[in-house]
Design a protein around this ligand. Structure first.
Ligand code: ADA
Length: 557
């Protein structure tokens, strides 16, 4: 299922995960049996396939009516057919979408054409320093709905001066037919609120706002999470037509001029960058593999993870909610060249990704900040307009969280004043031949003089390459585990001790496969800056990070 808790008690939901029939357009005419969710690269014959492939399965409906086909993620473009008729399309591997289908009871054919080609159409997916896999990479569900249903809810919590929390919940209801007045009931922490919604016309979406002062709440805390089930029920008289359950947490995020403050406590961010990638699963990690990653991060002394460079699987975010791991979630973009940002598809594809990311993930208490456009063109007036426009979109969608972006334009960025938190990716000792301490100090001075004087500062990436199992006595030898550990150690020492730094995200948690086009720059066709390899075997850098983060945790207790 798409979440790690029961989302509905009234609505009937069936999982469409499992074995599907897969036919790649590779000229062989061969058909395979593929696991959903999963990537087709797990099938030996398709390990290097890039193109279009059709996923198909039969679906048996127990009753007639409208069904929602909910896809957690398809990489990267989906065209969905129900009994041969197209019922929806979606672009972007990393956000979910749904297709609404009026259907009869009995057996139907569900087909999805999945396209992972690098084309002009797809601006955000391109050959890159990580791999774009092909397939239905996140879970699929079938939902039975009636004449009106709850599309989504948006939860925010505020702590009042008397210490009591107020929950504000926006409930978005969609009518599939003309309906009379209906009631919305909300249940949270043993308390209830109710709201009437007037008659709705077929197709209309209505937003009702319910508020509740909730007493005796245990706040969601970093590495000490408390979560509550929030259930909203749509009723016609006493009859429950539909419901939706979210799992929410009560916490505040605030910034001072130099710190990130969660629930009135300054928190130093001890983070890692993590791609959704694994030697066995590609980008479609199983839940237990996700949890194993989190266990390693916690063991390393982390309190945060950055979802470079796209929105993550909601099940991973559910686990972060549970474990109290803070998340920097960002939209899908990595180092897009200027001409891509000027492509007519860029703005609509980013706009959709930002909106879906926030609509789908804003109820996760673990997310404390939104990011955009990693290492894109933030060093020109054109780029500045793009960044300003996307920050405005994010702030309108979710005024409750700060925003940031990770820049690589050292000493030339023109957007430092735009976000709430200023962040740089820096690699002194690896790409730049200067001691981390002096480089960081120079860059921070420059940042303060160019818009970041009153903002917390994060180093959002730093690290070095190291091939697991390659050892060298001369510890500086490139790609050795020792060389990687030493460079990382010097960077951590400099950054964790600079008084202006509010947090750090090591590049990166685990090695990842990169696009074939990057093979010349990347030994093993992998980005090898992970502290663990693609199968999570630890490297020496893991222990370096663990020692530094545990020390920092102790100092900032
Ligand atoms: C950049 C980029 C990462 C990765 C890294 C590296 O900072 O944001 O995605 O490519 O460099 O390993 O060089």
């Amino acid at each position: 299922m798409q979440r790690l808790f029961c989302e509905h008690q009234t609505r009937t939901v069936e999982s469409l995960d499992g074995l599907w029939c897969l036919t790649p357009e590779d000229g062989t005419g061969k058909t395979y049996t593929a696991m959903v969710p999963g990537v087709w690269e797990r099938i030996p014959a398709l390990v290097n396939f890039r193109g279009i492939a059709r996923y198909a399965r039969k679906v048996s409906l127990s009753r007639a009516g409208t069904v929602l086909l909910r896809f957690g993620g398809v990489s990267h473009t989906a065209r969905v057919y129900w009994d041969g008729v197209e019922v929806g399309t979606h672009y972007n591997a990393y956000t979910g979408f749904e297709c609404r289908v009026p259907a009869t009871a009995g057996e139907h054919m569900l087909e999805v054409d999945v396209d992972d080609r690098y084309t002009d159409e797809s601006v955000l997916h391109m050959p890159n320093d990580y791999m774009t896999y092909g397939g239905i990479n996140r879970p699929v569900e079938l939902h039975y709905v009636e004449e009106a249903y709850i599309e989504r809810i948006a939860f925010t919590a505020q702590k009042e001066e008397d210490g009591v929390w107020t929950a504000q919940v926006q409930v978005f209801v969609r009518a599939l037919a003309n309906t009379g007045a209906r009631t919305l009931r909300m249940e949270l922490a043993g308390q209830q609120a109710q709201e009437t919604i007037g008659p709705m016309a077929q197709g209309e979406q209505r937003c009702a706002v319910l508020t509740l002062r909730v007493k005796d709440i245990a706040a969601w805390a970093v590495l000490g999470a408390h979560l509550y089930a929030l259930r909203v029920v749509l009723c016609e008289g006493a009859r429950e037509i539909d419901d939706l359950i979210e799992r929410v947490g009560f916490r505040t995020v605030r910034l001072t001029q130099s710190q990130i403050v969660i629930n009135d406590e300054p928190v130093f961010i001890r983070g890692v960058n993590r791609h959704e990638d694994h030697g066995q699963f590609g980008c479609a990690l199983s839940v237990d593999a996700m949890m194993d990653d989190i266990q390693l991060m916690l063991d390393m002394g982390c309190n945060s993870v950055r979802t470079c460079h796209y929105p993550n699987d909601p099940r991973f975010l559910d686990l972060c909610d549970e474990m109290g791991l803070l998340v920097w979630e960002e939209n899908h973009a990595r180092a897009l060249p200027g001409e891509r940002m000027r492509h007519p598809n860029f703005a609509p594809q980013c706009h959709a990704c930002n909106e879906e990311m926030i609509h789908q993930h804003m109820n996760h208490p673990c997310i404390y900040i939104w990011g955009i456009l990693n290492e894109c063109e933030s060093n020109t007036p054109f780029g500045r307009e793009v960044y300003a426009g996307q920050f405005a979109q994010l702030r309108a969608l979710d005024p409750s969280r700060p925003v940031t972006f990770a820049s690589c334009h050292h000493f030339t960025d023109v957007c430092m004043d735009l976000p709430d938190v200023a962040s740089y990716n820096i690699y002194p000792g690896w790409y730049v031949d200067e001691a981390p301490e002096s480089y960081a100090a120079r860059l921070i001075d420059w940042m303060e003089a160019h818009g970041a004087a009153n903002k917390p500062i994060l180093f959002s990436e730093f690290g070095a390459g190291g091939l697991a199992g390659f050892h060298d006595l001369q510890r500086r030898v490139k790609w050795s585990e020792e060389g990687q550990a030493d460079i990382l150690g010097e960077q951590l020492d400099a950054f964790l001790n600079h008084p202006r730094v509010a947090g750090t995200y090591i590049w990166q948690f685990a090695d990842v496969r990169v696009s074939d086009e990057w093979a010349e720059k990347r030994p093993k066709t992998q980005n090898n800056k992970g502290m663990v390899d693609v199968y999570r075997q630890v490297k020496q850098a893991y222990y370096t990070a663990k020692a530094a983060y545990e020390k920092k945790a102790e100092e900032t207790k």
